[in-house]
Ligand binder design. Structure first.
Ligand SMILES: [Zn+2]
Length: 137
């Protein structure tokens, strides 16, 4: 059984607790290890990613703590080249999302700019909007 390491937990500081809960539960049922590559992002870093073509927006949900990037972890390193790990992460995250009815969507399901590491609070809910009322009453 895997759990998030200290570095991953540090990278969850400032991230929406619904996302934090989801990733902590998902790794408990995953047959492969993974980690949090990025959570809350600075505007300066977002600008740099935009220049490098690694994002398409300056309105990333990472800037508001509404998104995380989860990447397979193998032999002590993050590794983006492991499709079966990404499949496992997808299954585990989606199971927790379904079981707890969480308002989280996956970048891998997007039609343009497929972003497999990326999970965010659903776009139905604007930043700063208290979606918990809508879900939990
Ligand atoms: Zn992301």
């Amino acid at each position: 059984v895997y759990k998030l390491g200290k570095r991953s937990l540090r990278r969850l500081v400032g991230v929406d607790p619904i996302l934090v809960f989801c990733v902590i539960e998902a790794i408990k049922i995953s047959k492969y290890d993974f980690g949090v590559f990025e959570g809350l992002r600075t505007v300066a870093r977002q600008r740099k990613l935009l220049r490098e073509g690694r994002t398409t927006t300056m309105h990333s949900r990472h800037l508001t703590g509404n998104a995380i990037d989860i990447v397979p972890y193998k032999n002590g390193k993050f590794n983006w080249e492991l499709p079966h790990y990404f499949n496992e992460i997808e299954s585990c995250m989606k199971l927790v999302i379904k079981n707890h009815n969480l308002p989280i969507e996956w970048g891998g399901d997007w039609k343009s700019f497929i972003d497999k590491p990326h999970w965010q609070i659903s776009r139905k809910f604007k930043d700063g909007y208290d979606y918990r009322k809508d879900i939990y009453g």
